[in-house]
Design a protein around this ligand. Sequence first.
Ligand code: SF4
Ligand code: FE
Length: 483
Amino acid sequence: MALKTPEEYEKSLRKMNFKIYLMGELVKNPVDHPIIRPSMNSVKMTYTLANDHEHEDLMTAKSHLTGRKINRFGHLHQSTEDLIKKVKMQRLLGQKTAACFQRCVGMDAINAVDSVTFEMDQRLGTQYHKRFLKFLQMVQDEDMTVDGAMTDVKGDRSLAPHQQADPDLYVHVVEKNDKGIVVRGAKAHQTGAVNSHWILVMPTIAMGKEDADYAVSFVAPADADGIYYIYGRQSCDTRKMEGGTIDVGNAMYGGHEALMVFDNLFVPWENVLMCGEFEFSGLLVERFAGYHRQSYGGCKVGVGDVLIGAAALAADYNGASKASHIKDKLIEMTHLNETLYSCGIACSSQGHKTASGTYLIDLLLANVCKQNVTRFPYEIARLAEDIAGGLMVTMASEKDMKHPEIGKVLAKYLKGAPTASPEDRCRILRLVENLTLGTAAVGYRTESMHGAGSPQAQRIMIARQGNIDQKKKLAKKIAGIDK
Ligand code: SF4
Ligand code: FE
């Protein structure tokens, strides 16, 4: 099998043995848990669309390992065209789910680990790349979802990993033997963790010699003994427990993040992809972050499309769509959204081949892309709230709307333009609320700030890649300065 059906994906998750804590309880059935289920639906969409003839060009690719048709989420980019298709695929999925569909972190991780293990083997004579390709082929053949895990909890930010009061504040190797390694620590904000089959762990920062135990990368089954998850809560998440479809804003789809804890996890050597080669941890971070910063030029744009559509509908339903300032605000939202997309496409089109043959984006442009993502979705969300009006945050609950007496009163007073029913008006306002303040705001707003690295991380890369000296030379030449 090279492509799983969405049903097969769901079934495969049911067979897993995750240990997940959510609101103080151990979750027995994550797939059907009302808070987790919408996030599973989003990942499931990556399988649904790959099996849909209309989208196969974006959603699938030809494996460079086997020549078989595979899901693009398991593909190593073989050209700039592949990089561009990746961004287009992410925009499509953002449009279909209006949420984080989670599978990109694994795609970005396999692409980064491929080129870095190749270069590491070349320089140090290690044997990691072969192991990685064996894992990759299994991922492709079985159409697995992989969760890339990079961000450590980091403790005191002024201290290096080995200087922390508690050595577990960065993931590290605590034991090595002839069979493998034992790992302890935790990865924070793990997108899609409990909807994944495997995890691919990477170091979180560039490291020095004294941090060699922390320069560790490996793969493990996501439900391995020695891994457990503490599920992150989101604003308005308990609305999903109420059983309705209006107040949640987006009843079908969502995203999730969790704290992933390694409690003396044993990893056999065949699954270890870096162990002590601290000189390569910075390169791995730079490439993974670069790919994920490119990703945001696709996924956030697709979600932005839904938000712009919702704002335009809210204006229609309010009877305000002909007002010139509303039209102008929608133009501004579109302009900002398409600027992000332009950045995603630009850093992809200017990509280049690495030594392993896998294509890497233009790092400067990918960082510019993500820097814009730390700002523009906030402005798009501000304009959406402006257009939606205050009712978005003051309106009554779905239960009141469905109440035999109060419901009639609300239907009378929530009437807007004759083109929409009061219920449709509420549905659209709740969707805007969901994207700007509710569960999806994790993915659309705060993740736009901090996901794939906080703004300062991009500014450091922009400073490094910006080539100011070359620009000085240009200016000197034009100004007639010889020295
Ligand atoms: Fe994919 Fe975007 Fe979610 Fe990252 S934030 S996993 S790029 S959908
Ligand atoms: Fe993310």
